[in-house]
Structures are given as C-alpha cells and as structure tokens.
Ligand binder design. Structure first.
Ligand code: ZN
Length: 173
C-alpha cells in the first residue's frame, strides 16, 4: 500500500520514470539471476523491451543463454561473437536492449572492468547492479543504477530519489 501511494504521488508530482518494469517481470528476472549466480558467481541479463519517452523492460535475456561461458570465470564476460542470437531475438520480438543488469558479490558499485566495458556502449544506456548476489536488496534505491556518458565515463544515479527505474504499476507508457 505504501508503494502504491508513492506511485500515485510520483504520477502527480513527477518526475516520470525513465525505465519501467512490471513487478512480476522484475521479480521473476531477479529470482532467476539469483538462481544462476548460486550465491557464488556473478550472473547477468540483457533487459529487452520498448523505447518511447519511457523505456519499458519486458524481458530478461540471461547472459549465459546467449554465451554459455559468460559466467564461467566468476565475473560476467560475454563473447561478442555470440551476440547474433540476441540480435535475431530482438528482430523477431520487435524489442531492443533498453538496459542491462548483473549481480555482484558485495556492494553495488561498478568495478573497473564494468566501467571500462559497457555492455551497450551507447550514451544514455543504463546498467544496473544488484548487490549480494541478488539475495538481499533488489529494488531501486538500494541497487546500482549507472548511466553511460561515453568514453568510459558513467553517471552514478543509484541514490536519486525517485529513481530513474520504477518497478511496479504505472498508468501509461
Ligand atoms: Zn560488475
């Protein structure tokens, strides 16, 4: 109920979210990240959806489904040559990569490797990080939200209130 009232307040007073995700889609995706990480290695997913004035996350596509070796080293590494399947899936569903998410063992700050290797090197792209292998905090306000600024520079938006990411019900696109 408290979160419903917060949503109503946000609808009236703004700012509108930049990225939306239905609670059920988010919950299921996060649970799967937690399962795949098994509490001992990083896991991650491309977040697919539609882009309008607001980006909407509709689907998690897990890194290890695109590249079976993506999780083997313990930190997420995707072989770019395997991305063909992702692009054909995007074409088939009419979706695009609207953000990405991965889990970390400890806090939600970006590693040097995260900063140097954006999953999608596009200005404005949002990368999210769930701390503690997604076993504890998984909602905006307590997770990492980073916006790519180009040239390996990022804007840390994790602590913005309200968050750029809204998980839950929202009345329009
Ligand atoms: Zn990382």
């Amino acid at each position: 109920m408290a979160s419903f009232i917060a949503t109503l307040a946000r609808i009236v007073f703004g700012p509108r979210p930049e990225i939306l995700c239905h609670a059920a889609v988010w919950r299921a995706g996060v649970a799967e990240l937690r399962r795949r990480g098994g509490g001992h290695r990083e896991s991650g997913a491309f977040l697919l959806g539609t882009k309008g004035t607001t980006r909407r996350i509709e689907e998690f596509v897990f890194y290890d489904d695109i590249d079976p070796d993506a999780l083997s080293s313990g930190i997420v590494e995707i072989d770019g040559r395997r991305l063909g399947d992702l692009w054909s899936h995007c074409r088939a569903t009419g979706r695009t990569v609207v953000a990405d998410v991965h889990v970390h063992p400890g806090g939600f700050q970006q590693s040097d490797s995260d900063k140097a290797n954006p999953i999608i090197a596009e200005i404005g792209h949002i990368a999210m990080i769930l701390p503690d292998f997604a076993a504890k905090a998984t909602l905006p306000g307590a997770i990492g939200v980073f916006e790519y600024r180009g040239a390996r520079q990022w804007r840390d938006r994790s602590l913005e209130r309200p968050s750029a990411l809204h998980v839950g019900w929202w009345p329009w696109r």
